[in-house]
Design a protein around this ligand. Structure first.
Ligand SMILES: [Zn+2]
Length: 228
């Protein structure tokens, strides 16, 4: 159960429950041989299959505007929007000594992210808010951003994405005291299905002091609600 693993899921989306958009595991389900094929061959094969999909839909692939689409989609899948599947693209998180002895909470809020729902392959996008309490080492702020982007660039469910980011930060920072909140729009809810353009889905990951101390958690929540 997700609820026993330090994650609270506030669903403001009815459809989200209705379609049972809950993932099956914390790890992205990948096959053992996932990266035996190189990126260029993947692009070539996806291009071929996507051309077939467009052809089946009755589109005229000799049209100048459509001709390049299969290649563009294939390249976008492998090199951009799903590039976070491949561990070789994982950002190396370099730690720095915390010279100021800053042992308070550090919050990075409003990190924009774009992901894709693994059930429909349409965008999930929104903002992530991340916090940690340094155990003596700190990480460059842009690295937090890159970790969020890396896990976003996979077919995802929002709960798993939130936990993958939280667990990676724990590992990279060598601390249990990590919190992540993600507030996202799901295009599978807004552009199809119930066509609800207003609802967003909020997921959270609280570990260490953020889980055990209400005061710490509330401090984080207060910071992310501050206006700039
Ligand atoms: Zn979906």
């Amino acid at each position: 159960m997700l609820s026993t693993m330090g994650i609270d899921i506030a669903r403001s989306s009815f459809e989200y429950l209705g379609e049972d958009h809950v993932g099956t595991s914390l790890e992205t389900p990948l096959r053992e041989d996932a990266f035996e094929m190189d990126d260029d061959l993947k692009v070539e094969l996806i291009e071929k299959h996507f051309r077939e999909i467009m052809h089946i839909m009755g589109l005229d692939l000799t049209d100048d505007s459509l001709k390049g689409t299969p290649h563009r989609v294939a390249k976008m899948y492998v090199k951009e929007v799903f590039s976070g599947l491949n561990p070789k693209n994982k950002p190396a998180a370099k730690l720095f000594e915390n010279k100021y002895k800053y042992n308070q909470m550090l919050v990075e809020k409003d990190i924009t992210f774009h992901s894709h729902c693994e059930h429909h392959f349409v965008p999930i996008y929104g903002r992530a808010h991340v916090a940690y309490i340094s155990s003596g080492d700190v990480i460059g702020l842009s690295k937090i951003n890159r970790i969020v982007q890396y896990y976003s660039k996979r077919p995802q469910v929002q709960e798993r994405l939130t936990m993958q980011i939280g667990n990676e930060l724990k590992e990279a920072l060598g601390t249990e005291d990590v919190a992540v909140i993600m507030d996202a729009y799901h295009m599978c809810v807004s552009s199809r299905g119930v066509n609800d353009t207003n609802s967003s889905t909020v997921t959270s990951f609280f570990s260490g002091k953020f889980e055990s101390e209400e005061q710490t958690r509330n401090e984080f929540l207060k910071y992310i609600s501050l206006k700039k």
